[in-house]
Design a binder for this molecule. Sequence first.
Ligand code: SF4
Length: 332
Amino acid sequence: MKHSNISIFIPHIGCPHMCSFCDQRTISGSQHAPSGEEVREICSKALCESKSPENSEIAFFGGSFTAVPRDYMAELLEAAKPFVGSGKFHGIRISTRPDCIDREILDILKSYGVTSIELGAQSMMNHVLEANERGHTAHDVDQACVLIREYGFELGLQMMMGLYKSMPDDDLETVRRILDIHPDTVRIYPVVILKGTKLAELYEAGIYKTYSFDEMIETVSAALMMFADSGIRVIKCGLHASEFVEKDMTGGFYHPAFRELCESRIYRGKMSEIIAYEQSDTKKLVLAVSSSCISKAAGHKKSNIEYFRQYGIEVEIVGDENIAKYEVQLRR
Ligand code: SF4
């Protein structure tokens, strides 16, 4: 059964930072800070409507949850807690900053039934963290992860690619450092430059030059493969389709089907390897992929089929439920 979240957005309140990319209001689409009563109403409605609440978590997203005033944090958790347990939701999920995690906070989260903690690591390169005014170091991420694991929470890490002063090599080094930590889940966000942010200022002044869209697709594709090879679930790749993002972005990498573009690129690479290895005069090839990945292998708007066609090769893609994700086999 598919996992789902009952998402409750907590705005920027309490966060003392102003990271270069952050306009929390734009990302969460709301400035309203929900009260405990509103959380109760949301959870109660979601529980009535849910067919399998045991596969869902109440998720506080949007800001730095453990940096909001302590009374407010307790009010929200107090409201959510009665909806967790047997016949109810599986747990509570929160997202926060690595330097807003300590034993006292983790004790509180545990006592309210929080099950998963996602940290905004963004980068594991200190020069990138500093240039983007994150206010923490890679060491803070490592330390917070050790503590979260010690307490038995599910651990998620979020990373951002293409930040100011980050090149593809820096982003892939961040992926390698995250592999070392081996979180349960990862979210990959290619940078989106929002109006009114520090990044927008640097971008408009020509100081911050992002790498190309194609390089970003290549880099994120490589990251997806690395996480897949290590058995780490990538639960998000690219910002969700939102009118707020499209309206407020001034640069960066947003596409409503961003993950599909990256996964199609993975398949193109795998198919190219097979075609190069064949090195015959064959002009038509039948390639088999996982049954659920036929459209990804064909590419966004059949771009992979067209790509090979320009080299005079007709590719037919067939599905096989015994083939693993991202694997491609030649059929003779
Ligand atoms: S820590 Fe999070 S909420 Fe605070 S400024 Fe940075 S991105 Fe925004």
